[in-house]
Design a protein around this ligand. Structure first.
Ligand SMILES: *Cc1c(COP(=O)(O)O)cnc(C)c1O
Length: 455
């Protein structure tokens, strides 16, 4: 029997991030400036992002060195342990071997600080004084608040109103790390005021909160904007997780057959699986399963086309699977998975059939989370529960076929701030939502038609 915890020493921590762009099976469609219909250049992004991150966004270098200052901070929670889920395997009576790469040990409790500290670092280096951002359930807001605190930067967080009201403790965490946090829509921005005028009781959405944060950053000289997922550089920062995973599986004498992760904007799953994608393109058999909620079925039922990243149409157009940028999600408890779009890099790989997508209802996902808690002990974030469900399904299939597959769960975070959701599940009060087809069709009508350059 192998080890339960496979740990790396600080000295074994990867020193470089992996940039998948040179290894893609097809070129990535460029972001488009909605005003001109042409691909955007670095100068279009300069008002809201520091130059070093813009360079990383379009870089074709396969490996990018992690600055020493970042390596020092990463050591606060990295390398993260890889666990063998022996008790879960036993309970399921499966011949499969199940592992989970546990990102819940960062101070904010998820993978988010892996990129937050990098973004804060480059902003600080380029003289920025304040970073603006949005947050859904509060995980990204708390991750960035932590990072800004470590680098002595001010931080302004626009938090989706429904989470602000329903998840009070993430907000306290954000404030404890010294950031300011407002329920979005606010009356502080044009984007927020426009929404409030139409609907004073708006519960908000990530799309709206992004509009507010971008507007705040663009209208203040000493402020920039930061995004916690979706963009190429964010996914690249998260590859430290998959690079560690690769070393740890090697120590365990394993090759992964399946890697399952939950997707909101795609960053944690991309971080775990991108370092293995090249192996698959070179002929190795690995199944990558991207798991999303049926209430926000971006990859499984969205359209693959250009759309805005936000509600007020302030961002460039990105080619991605989308439910339409005016999408307002049903109030499911996996707040981090309620985004209308998804990372262009991940979408391309889904479109090319390299990554498979599946959608799950929240009740079956919570059921899987509780099974996990009662076997492995750890209480996962509601987001993470979606890929635990996929892993359990796959392990049960192995029971039928007798296959001894190696299944890896991308364990993105803990659920200690989501106990109200667990209580609802345990009390039988959770409701499942299916996003209706008509709503998708209707929302897609609002998207401008873009002809892809070179297509
Ligand atoms: C934010 C978050 C997610 C979803 O975001 P991705 O960019 O898709 O990773 C998933 N799990 C947890 C715990 C999160 O905090």
């Amino acid at each position: 029997m192998g080890d339960t915890r496979i740990v790396l020493s600080e000295r074994e921590m990867p020193q470089r991030w992996y940039n998948i762009q040179p290894d893609l099976p097809a070129p990535l469609a460029p972001p488009i400036n909605p005003a001109t219909g042409k691909p955007i250049g670095p100068e279009d992004l300069a008002p809201i992002f520091p130059m070093e991150l813009i360079k990383q966004e379009v870089s074709m270098e396969r490996w990018i060195d992690i600055p020493d200052e970042i390596l020092e901070i990463y050591k606060l929670w990295r390398p993260s342990p890889l666990y063998r889920a022996l008790r879960l395997e036993k309970a399921l009576k499966t011949p499969a071997r199940i592992y989970y790469k546990n990102e819940s040990f960062s101070p904010a409790g998820s993978h988010k600080p892996n990129t937050a500290v990098v973004q804060a670092y480059y902003n600080k280096k380029e003289g920025v004084k304040r970073i603006c951002t949005e947050t859904g359930a509060g995980q990204w807001g708390s991750g960035l608040a932590l990072a800004c605190c470590l680098f002595g930067l001010k931080c302004t967080v626009y938090m989706v109103r429904i989470s602000y009201d329903q998840k009070p403790y993430r907000k306290v965490l954000i404030r404890t790390w010294g950031a300011e946090v407002f329920p979005s829509p606010t009356d502080k921005t044009n984007a927020g005021r426009a929404i409030l005028e139409k609907d004073p009781d708006s519960s908000g959405s990530l799309g709206i909160a992004i509009s507010e944060a971008v507007e705040d950053a663009a209208s203040h000289d000493d402020a920039k904007y930061s995004l916690g997922s979706v963009l190429n550089h964010v996914l690249m920062h998260q590859t430290i997780v998959g690079l560690e995973l690769k070393q740890q599986l090697k120590i365990a004498g394993e090759e992964p057959d399946i890697i399952a992760g939950c997707v909101g904007g795609g960053s944690n799953f991309a971080g775990q699986c991108f370092p293995f994608v090249k192996d698959k393109l070179d002929g190795k058999k690995i199944d990558f399963i991207a798991c999303e909620p049926t209430a926000c079925p971006t990859l499984t039922r969205g359209a693959y086309r250009y759309d805005f990243g936000d509600t007020a149409e302030l961002t460039p157009l990105l080619k991605m699977y989308t439910l339409g940028h005016r999408f307002i999600p049903a109030p499911i408890h996996a707040g981090g998975l309620r985004y209308h779009g998804n990372a262009p890099l991940l979408c391309l790989l889904v479109n090319k059939g390299v990554i498979e997508a599946r959608a799950y209802h929240q009740k079956e996902a919570f059921e899987a989370a509780v099974t996990f808690a009662r076997t492995e002990g750890s209480l996962c974030a509601p987001e993470t529960s979606h890929c635990i469900k996929a892993a359990i399904d796959e392990a049960l299939k192995c029971k039928e076929t007798g296959e001894e597959k190696c299944i890896v769960i991308a364990y993105s975070g803990h659920g200690f701030f989501d106990l109200a959701s667990y209580e609802k599940y345990l009390d039988g009060e959770l409701i499942d939502y299916e996003h209706p087809d008509e709503k998708i069709k209707e929302a897609l009508k609002d998207i401008p038609e873009i002809v892809e350059p070179g297509a």
